[in-house]
Design a protein around this ligand. Structure first.
Ligand SMILES: Cc1cc2nc3c(=O)[nH]c(=O)nc-3n(C[C@H](O)[C@H](O)[C@H](O)COP(=O)(O)OP(=O)(O)OC[C@H]3O[C@@H](n4cnc5c(N)ncnc54)[C@H](O)[C@@H]3O)c2cc1C
Length: 580
């Protein structure tokens, strides 16, 4: 029987073990962890991709019953001096997005994962002390030495190793794979209980009034110079109000190095007075600091059968709640490697392509790193988030839901769309750069809220909720079509005057919009120009057939599929019970 060792039983280790136990048949999973129960955890806020992944693990009911729904896309932009007397412009989802997301209470969530793993894994309390990696060509197994305490030692022979040892980075250390990040970050966060909800929900903000959901049940994002703030409400276990409050910053931009509750309150008093009152209204349960915590690795996946996952691989900015979404990509990728390897179809090329996909996500991280320079600007930040979220819903989510991201050719296509740049040559990371610069320079402070319209009704594809619902190409075409529309909308917000500068702006952005319309028309007329990659077959093919089967969605759940087959006859037929 195939034997796979998982080093570490944090979030990454637990989710990987649960996924492999459901989707790879005839596998023995050994999970090794010394079990220190004092790991700093956050909240966490999830996104749609994460929720789809968790539902593929049959966690649907647990999410509904033990956690809060997250009604996504809530951003507060400070617009002091607004002529209508508002302090903030608040952007929210225009109703309930079909694909759900949740705000997790990690303490409850991790307990549930542990419970579900009982009987599915060999659970070893101990610390991995050494590993001898056996090259694939040797035909031998890897040897893992575990210290169960100071004297008791155990040696395991395994076929695959998944390193989820978090910030101790066992394999990156062992194999000298540590790589410096392009940008650094620090974060300070705390859990707060028994606070005055009203201080938060009655912030004086301009927003579209609605009765679609209660605006407390979201992840609240605030911005300032070189930092952003998250507020994640969680369902508590003692019925008291509970949330995670975090401050993430680039020290060299905002000028802060170390952070404390008192210093945070001073910053809030200066930039977001209602938040200071809100923080002081509650009781701090615990607090955590990570200073300059970013890092990467030279390599993440190997043909020799070892894989870095979660914080053992790289760290990232928690902006946009992407953390568990990265795990949701990486875990099926590793499953695909193992399944293909067992039937002899895994190639270096396939591994390299999926690693390129992962690096493209780090390229997106680079752009988020650059957001800190203009986070204080409501105009640049609001438009950036509009476009970034539109790209996420039209490109990233469909690539994920369809399983296309597990195809090597699609992974390379995505990597081409999101190239990585050196910090010194990073192009502008906000959309329609020269146009927004001009809008910002010429807009009266009183009018700022009017040039940052909440357009999520336009930018979120409400019709999309199943892999077969709308084709990837059509969504990509819509992305370009809508981007042209947004650019024209932004152009309409500038007070044009007869000058050479404005003529140049008009030509540049007018032709940008025309270019996007042409791109949209091309993709609508020739959808295969975008989607042919996923049909490439050969070494690029995902181990999951049809590809969306990695989420447990089978032909009974998805119209249009006739005879799903498995590349690996030993792939588990076990499917989530409550995937709908
Ligand atoms: C500030 C911040 C905010 C975040 N917010 C969000 C969010 O809102 N949404 C989201 O999706 N994600 C978020 N994340 C990401 C997410 O919380 C982390 O990525 C995740 O918890 C990391 O899990 P992990 O299992 O990789 O590492 P860990 O939780 O650190 O687990 C590592 C495990 O490995 C074990 N271990 C270490 N060394 C060894 C060894 N030698 N042998 C055996 N075991 C070993 C440890 O005991 C531990 O149990 C955030 C992260 C940060 C830093």
């Amino acid at each position: 029987m195939t034997k796979l060792a998982i080093i570490g039983s944090g979030l990454a280790g637990k989710l990987a073990a649960l996924y492999f136990s459901r989707y790879i048949k005839d596998i023995e999973l050994v999970v090794i962890d010394p079990r220190k129960d004092n790991l700093p955890i956050v909240g966490e806020s999830t996104v749609e991709i994460t929720a789809q992944f968790l539902k593929s693990l049959d966690l649907s009911r647990h999410l509904e019953e033990e956690h809060y729904h997250k009604y996504g896309l809530t951003y507060y932009f400070r617009t002091d001096g607004d002529e209508d007397g508002y302090d903030y412009a608040l952007h929210e989802a225009p109703g309930v997005i079909r694909l759900p997301a949740y705000n997790l209470n990690r303490w409850k969530f991790d307990r549930e994962l542990t419970r579900r793993l009982e009987g599915r894994i060999v659970d070893i309390h101990g610390k991995v002390a050494d590993i001898a990696i056996a090259p694939k060509a040797s035909g031998r197994r890897h040897s893992v030495k575990v210290m169960q305490d100071d004297v008791r030692e155990l040696t395991l022979e395994v076929d695959y190793i998944v390193d989820t040892s978090g910030r101790s980075r066992f394999l990156a250390n062992k194999l000298s794979l540590k790589k410096a990040p392009a940008y650094q970050r620090s974060s300070y966060w705390l859990r707060l209980e028994d606070f005055d909800r009203e201080t938060l929900t009655s912030i004086n903000a301009r927003k579209i009034r609605h009765h679609c959901f209660d605006s407390y049940y979201v992840t609240h994002h605030f911005y300032g110079h070189g930092y952003w703030i998250w507020i994640i409400p969680m369902r508590s276990e003692n019925s008291k109000d509970l949330l995670s409050f975090g401050y993430t910053y680039r020290p060299e931009i905002c000028g802060e190095k170390v952070m404390s509750f008192d210093r945070l309150c001073e910053i809030l008093k200066r930039d977001h007075p209602p938040l200071e009152a809100f923080l002081r209204s509650g009781k701090v349960i615990d607090e955590t600091r990570y200073y300059n915590y970013m890092y990467e690795s030279e390599k993440y996946y190997s043909m020799d059968g070892w894989f870095l996952l979660g914080d053992a691989a790289f760290t990232f900015d928690p902006a946009n709640s992407a953390g568990i979404a990265y795990l949701s990509h990486q875990i099926p990728q590793i499953a695909s490697f193992v399944l293909k390897d067992r039937v002899g179809t895994l190639t270096e090329g396939y591994i390299a392509s999926l690693e390129k996909h992962l690096r493209a996500q780090l390229a997106l991280q680079d752009t988020w790193s650059c957001w800190y320079a203009f986070m204080k600007s409501p105009i640049k930040m609001a438009w950036t988030l509009l476009l970034a979220n539109m790209g996420y819903f039209h490109i990233v989510v469909p690539n994920y839901m369809s399983g296309a991201f597990l195809n090597g050719a699609v992974a390379r296509q995505f990597a081409k769309l999101v190239p990585r740049h050196e910090p010194s040559s990073q192009p502008a990371v906000y959309p329609f750069a020269s146009l927004l610069d001009e809008i910002e320079a010429t807009t009266d402070q009183k009018q700022v809220a009017k040039v940052i319209p909440a357009l999520y009704e336009y930018t979120v594809p409400f019709s999309y909720y199943r892999p077969d619902g709308v084709s990837r190409s059509r969504l990509a075409a819509r992305y370009f079509f809508k981007r042209a529309g947004l650019r024209l909308k932004a152009m309409a917000m500038l007070s044009w005057r007869p000058s050479l500068h404005h003529l140049k702006l008009f030509i540049r952005h007018g032709s940008g919009a025309v270019g996007d319309y042409l791109q949209a028309a091309f993709l609508s007329a020739f959808p295969l120009a975008y989607a042919r990659n996923e049909r490439a077959g050969g070494e690029d093919e995902s181990a999951f057939v049809p590809p969306h089967r990695f989420l447990g969605l089978d032909r009974h759940d998805v119209e249009g599929d006739t005879h799903p087959t498995t590349m690996d006859a030993s792939m588990t037929p076990m499917l989530p019970r409550d995937v709908t």
